[in-house]
Each structure stands twice: as C-alpha cells, then as structure tokens.
Design a protein around this ligand. Structure first.
Ligand code: ZN
Length: 247
C-alpha cells in the first residue's frame, strides 16, 4: 500500500463561503476520499489550520518519523506559505532526497518545500478570470499521463502563464493552453536525489477542479509514479568507509 500524506493550509475553505460550498470539509478531505477509494493507496491529512481556524503546530505533526512512514507527500498551500516552519521544509527536502515522492498542486508552486527542491524562484504570471483551460498531453508514454486522451479541458480555472521560474523539467508531461492565449507547463516531473517530484497546476480554490475525472486520474497516476522504489535514505550521509571486505 502506498502511504500518502496530504498537506493543506485549510484557510480558504474556512474563511470564504464560495470555497466552503465547493469543499465543505476542505480540499484535503476531497483528495483523501478520492485516494482512499483506491485499493493500493492509503491517505491521511495534516492541515496548517484546524476547522476552528486555529493554527496547528506543523513542527510536531510533520516529524522526521512521520515522513519516514510517508511514501508520497501531496502539498496544497496558497497564502500562508510563510507559516510553514523551516524545520519542516528541511525535513521534507531531506525526505525527498532520500526517496520520498512529492506532488505540489496549484499555488504550491510558491511553497517553501517546492522552492527548496527546485532552487529557483518558481514565479509565474497569473490571472484569476475563470479561463477555459485545455491541457495537452505532451508525453503519452509516461505513467502519469496514462488513461488520458490527446487533451482534456477544465471549464474554469485560474490562469498560470509562462515564464515559469522552474529548472528545466526532466519530463514535461502536460502543456496547458488558456482561453486568454497563454500557455503553461502545467505538469512537470523531476528527480531530486532518490525522490521523484511532480508539479501539477490545476486546482484554484474557487472552482471545483479536484472533482474532475481527468484531474483525478493525473493525481492518482502521480501518486503511483512518485512512490519510492527500492530503498530509502539514499546518500543522505557522506561517510568515510572502508573497502568492502576489509577489516
Ligand atoms: Zn489559485
């Protein structure tokens, strides 16, 4: 079973009625329900804020031990990136280098762990206009695009446009065209150390994007692809070692 940990800020769903209508228990709950519907996936959630609007202690929730028991971390954040402690960011970065998978959704392009893993600004241009989006499959042979056609559409989502300040992806998987004419590298894959990282753009909080079948297919595929193969804790220490077999 692939053990998934879903992180969500859980702020918009509490504070904005139009978002609460779409995700009454938070978008993490919708993502968890979807993933827990799969036989080979088991998902749990951690949120920066609780349902009463109080801030949780992430340092005590996303521990080294918790990450060791996590195969894939999903991350959704938007306006409270700065409230994520650097201790957690370092832990997440180290866990990915050691083999944990990580999937960053939508506005998590500016989350501290994503920026730490990319080493670049991860800036982009954006417009909150509810544009129609057409997501073109660039690599139909990749496991993350399995089950998709040539393209699929999202009726309304926030526009994210190029230039996107990321390092060149190892694989570009989806390229989105927006109604306004912009294009965006909307699904990208990287390896960082022994870990695999996916960025997937759809999912602005005011549109019911995480209910769409194709979006769900990509997220489920991404979980299965980023799940670690082989051993964890790959080159995390730099020991001075003896020759194999030597006393
Ligand atoms: Zn957004």
């Amino acid at each position: 079973v692939i053990r998934v940990l879903i992180f969500n800020e859980f702020l918009h769903e509490n504070r904005m009625e139009n978002v609460k209508e779409i995700y009454p228990d938070g978008m993490h709950a919708v993502l968890a329900e979807m993933l827990n519907g799969e036989e080979d996936i088991s998902a749990e959630c951690v949120t920066l804020f609780n349902a009463e609007g109080q801030q949780n202690d992430l340092d005590a929730l996303i521990t080294e031990e918790k990450l060791r028991e996590t195969d894939v971390l999903l991350w959704w954040g938007h306006c409270a990136h700065q409230l994520v402690p650097d201790s957690v960011v370092n832990r997440v970065q180290r866990a990915v280098l050691g083999g944990m998978g990580a999937i960053f959704l939508h506005s998590a392009h500016h989350s501290k762990p994503f920026r730490a893993l990319m080493g670049t600004t991860c800036n982009l241009s954006w417009r909150e206009d509810g544009d129609l989006c057409r997501l073109w499959v660039v690599d139909p042979s990749h496991p993350v695009t399995r089950g998709l056609g040539k393209y699929f559409e999202i009726p309304h989502d926030e526009m994210y446009g190029e230039p996107f300040g990321i390092p060149e992806p190892d694989k570009l998987l989806l390229l989105t065209w927006f109604e306004g004419g912009e294009v965006f590298r909307s699904c990208c894959a990287w390896r960082r150390g022994a870990g695999k990282v996916i960025y997937f753009q759809p999912g602005h909080e005011t549109y019911p994007v995480y209910y769409l079948p194709e979006v769900r297919t990509v997220i489920k595929n991404a979980v299965r692809w980023t799940a670690p193969e082989g051993y964890r804790d790959f080159v995390l220490d730099c020991p001075n070692v003896r020759k194999p077999g030597a006393e």
